[in-house]
Design a protein around this ligand. Structure first.
Ligand code: ZN
Length: 393
């Protein structure tokens, strides 16, 4: 392997600035905004973005549009912690964002309030100036080893970009996490991909992040890959990092926990370990926690903090992805309110109300195919919601 990777161990002395850099060409094209280190204990993304910018400046290839590379939680990155007061990737709820747009900074604001305001300023200014497509790439790493993967809201544009990366894609998770920066960007109607490169300190994660940025720039039409030395080697590295894992998976189950649960995961599980119904996965105050169905285990909790014990995902065959893309192109979602037990919510075109006493089980599956993946159940009423769809998704 010819690729060299900076040693992540020495990162602690490094000081990041908000703007890692910008690069633009003379020709018009998409705006690509990349964020590294929105979690401060995940510096690999920010380092990879610096590498990409240096290579762009050195090679100065023909470039369409603009790349803006940002450090996420600068204060946390420079202290080597995940966050100072609160998770910066759970603060992007629409009400909150519009509130901080209007208000002057308060004396009592936390470090992350300041971080969010600074990021929002740069992102909003860039989006206002730009008229074409905007694509957002959010770079993360994980505490455990395992295959890289992408998390997206299920829109066709997001799918197209994420499939280019060649890593497993998780559908349905992004819609069910509130307040992520991806949620916020998706709801503005732009493409947004979350990329998990591998373990926090692994040199391979840095290379995978670099690969993901180059592949995204190429897929967006900003660069031609053959101008970039190492492009194909980096993409190969990313492909090789993917284990024997299905290409696309959807969320089936989320095991929510509270501190009082005293939840302890059984040792030895990794992302995408196959599990069977009834298999022992964890213990808590009430006894054993077993798998509710056959599937693949996802994000087992091995750190002390967190609200999710584990998730279960299952494979989605490419056939069904094609079916669902076609159904969306035909705009069959407009027929959903005609199914028995399904109603539109008058104030929200991206939500449906399903009466689970009347609707057949397959109604929910059809809603999934059409991108309605967020579930909120109240008694016999299930509300399913999708991310705002761009014109062609
Ligand atoms: Zn993260």
């Amino acid at each position: 392997m010819m690729l060299k990777s900076a040693v992540l161990q020495s990162v602690t002395e490094k000081k990041f600035h908000r703007e890692l850099g910008r690069f633009s060409g003379k020709q018009p094209g998409p705006l690509v905004i990349c964020i590294g280190g929105i979690h401060g204990n995940e510096p690999a993304g920010a380092l990879a973005l610096e590498n990409v910018l240096k290579k762009l400046r050195d090679a100065s290839p023909p470039f369409r549009g603009e790349l803006i590379a940002l450090a996420g939680n600068v204060r946390a990155l420079n202290s080597g912690v995940r966050y100072r007061h609160r998770d910066l990737n759970r603060m992007w709820l629409p009400e909150r964002v519009s509130q901080i747009e209007d208000e002057l900074p308060a004396q009592s604001a936390t470090a992350e309030d300041a971080e969010q305001r600074e990021l929002l300023d740069i992102i909003e200014t860039a989006l206002e100036r730009h008229t074409g497509d905007a694509i957002f790439l959010d770079l993360h790493t994980t505490s455990s080893e395992g295959s890289p993967f992408a998390i997206i809201s299920d829109t066709l544009t997001n799918r197209r970009l994420a499939l280019e990366l060649g890593v497993p894609i998780i559908l349905g998770l992004e819609e069910n996490l509130d307040g992520t920066i991806l949620n916020y960007i998706n709801d503005l109607g732009h493409a947004a991909i979350g990329f998990e490169a591998g373990q926090h300190r692994s040199p391979g994660s840095l290379l995978n992040h670099e690969a993901a940025v180059w592949v995204t720039l190429a897929a967006a039409g900003c660069i031609q890959p053959y101008y970039i030395h190492e492009f194909f080697d980096l993409r190969q590295h990313l492909k090789r990092s993917v284990g024997n894992v299905p290409r696309v998976m959807e969320l089936r189950y989320r095991h929510e926990i509270r501190e009082a649960d005293e939840f302890v995961m059984q040792p030895g599980f990794m992302n995408f370990t196959r599990v069977t119904k009834g298999q022992l996965l964890a213990n808590d105050r009430r006894g054993t926690v077993t798998s509710p169905e056959n599937g693949l285990l996802f994000m087992p909790l091995y750190q002390s903090q967190g609200e999710d014990g584990f998730f279960l995902v299952r494979e989605v065959k490419l056939f069904w992805l094609k079916v669902s893309a076609q159904l969306r192109k035909w705009k069959l979602d407009r027929l959903l309110p005609h199914l028995p037990g399904v109603h539109m919510l008058p104030d929200s075109p991206d939500s449906l109300k399903i009466d689970t006493r009347i609707a057949h089980w397959f109604v929910v599956e059809i809603c999934h195919l059409l991108g309605f993946r967020k579930h909120t159940q109240q008694d016999d009423v299930l509300i399913v919601t999708r991310r705002r769809q761009s014109a062609n998704s």
